[in-house]
Write a protein that binds this ligand. Structure first.
Ligand SMILES: Nc1ncnc2c1ncn2[C@@H]1O[C@H](COP(=O)(O)OP(=O)(O)O)[C@@H](O)[C@H]1O
Ligand SMILES: [Mg+2]
Length: 393
């Protein structure tokens, strides 16, 4: 029985998983999920693309690494595979939780883990009555939010199932709040209602922490996190052009993150998450921002060659050579003076604010090849494949 990589499009992460499987001597099968017609009928089950029959691959598969990128497709894929008696990483139960930021936060909150104050109003910004008349709920929703979170502190409205910083909006005034609530029409990334959160007074970075579990073993949290940093936007997302740095995690944070994983993965034998966390630093900052900004600008200069390699399309034709170049240019960036300076500011700041950390999202299918792996030294494909092997064992 084999491990199969279920994917939508073969990107760097998939190429990286493939390369890692080869290195580990694992015979990996491939399921190009988007292209396959899955049939159930009185004659049984079938799976084929226009050019190829996948029944044999399905039959030989014991564990599926679910790398479908769209949350909806991923949830569907895990569920289908489980109905076909396959093990999945992650399970459909886990996908169901991680699909929604609110569901994730509810679970963490219930276990007593630190999360941002979050308010959910299950009513949409506007509704249509039977006679097609539109009713506006924005002011009522805004009032409900404002009774719980003050506008002076800042109210963040977010799409419950969004990714890449999409539809994450900050309001500091009543007008902004109303405008932002209006933006949250029910759609695929915000199926129902409006989610608001207190603005966490983080500094210039937030964290992505990797936790995982193999069957029969304790949860494990990698001791280095990916810090995404910059002053460009309150959303410190790499997708929005921020820089990346390695961040050392204090033991207390490692323990909390392991507990988060355990909470979210409850009921499944093996799992993996990239947890997003912020630190409510407020004014506990160790250096002045002017000199920090100078270092960040220098680091941004040092990062340009990395960005150039990332954008280079030769990765599609010669992944190995491209990856070697990526590693080399990244090492030059990571060894630069400015990188090391910013990194030490982040490390020190985490250390002195470790009790102010909150978890705000769990990603069940994290991108890792280009940032997490290079920055933290953890090739996430290894725990992913080992977790899958533990389910066959
Ligand atoms: N409550 C908040 N306070 C401050 N910043 C926030 C808050 N929520 C989100 N952000 C910022 O926006 C980014 C994206 O938000 P997140 O909830 O992780 O959604 P996404 O799914 O888009 O990654 C976070 O990494 C963080 O920098
Ligand atoms: Mg996030």
């Amino acid at each position: 029985m084999s491990i199969a990589l279920l994917y939508e499009r073969s990107e760097n992460d998939e190429a990286g998983i493939k390369q890692t499987a080869q290195q580990l001597g694992i015979d990996l099968k491939f399921i190009p999920f988007r292209k396959i017609a899955i049939t159930i009928s009185k004659d049984g089950f079938n799976a084929k693309t226009k050019g190829k029959d996948y029944l044999e691959t399905f039959n030989q598969t014991a564990v599926v690494l679910n790398r479908a990128q769209s949350k909806n497709r991923r949830l569907q894929a895990s569920y289908i595979m489980e109905m076909l008696d396959k093990k999945t990483i992650n399970t459909s139960q886990v996908e169901f939780t991680c699909y929604s930021k609110l569901r994730t936060l509810l679970k963490l909150w219930k276990t007593g883990l630190p999360v941002p104050k979050t308010v959910f109003v299950p009513c949409d910004a506007s509704d249509f009555m039977k006679n097609h008349k539109e009713i506006h709920n924005e002011t009522d929703i805004a009032d409900l939010f404002q009774t719980e979170i003050s506008l002076d502190a800042g109210i963040v409205i977010k799409a419950d199932a969004g990714t890449h910083g999409k539809m994450i909006m900050l309001s500091k005034t009543r007008e902004e709040l109303l405008t932002n609530i209006k933006e949250t029409k029910p759609n695929i990334i915000n199926p129902i209602g409006v989610v608001a959160q207190e603005l966490i007074k983080k500094w210039f970075y937030d964290l992505r922490i990797i936790v995982y579990k193999e069957k029969g073993k304790q949860p494990f949290c990698h001791n280095k996190a990916l810090a995404r940093a910059g002053f460009k936007d309150f959303r410190t997302n790499t997708f929005l052009g921020n820089l990346v740095f390695e961040a050392k995690l204090p033991q207390n944070v490692i323990n909390l993150a392991s507990k988060c994983g355990d909470t979210l993965g409850k009921g499944s034998d093996a799992w993996i998450f990239a947890l997003d966390a912020m630190i409510n630093v407020v004014d506990n900052k160790q250096i002045d921002e002017a000199s920090l900004k100078t270092q960040l600008d220098l680091a941004a200069q040092a990062y340009i060659p990395v960005q150039k390699v990332k954008a280079d399309e030769t990765r599609l034709t010669d992944f190995l050579a491209w990856n070697n170049r990526l590693e080399q240019t990244f090492n030059t960036y990571a060894n630069s003076n400015s990188y090391q300076k910013v990194k030490s500011v982040i490390d020190e700041n985490i250390e002195s604010n470790e009790n102010a950390l909150v978890f705000h999202e769990a990603n069940s299918c994290p991108e890792f090849w280009e940032n997490t792996r290079l920055v933290t030294g953890l090739n996430v494909a290894i725990p992913l494949l080992k977790a899958a092997q533990s389910l066959i064992g």
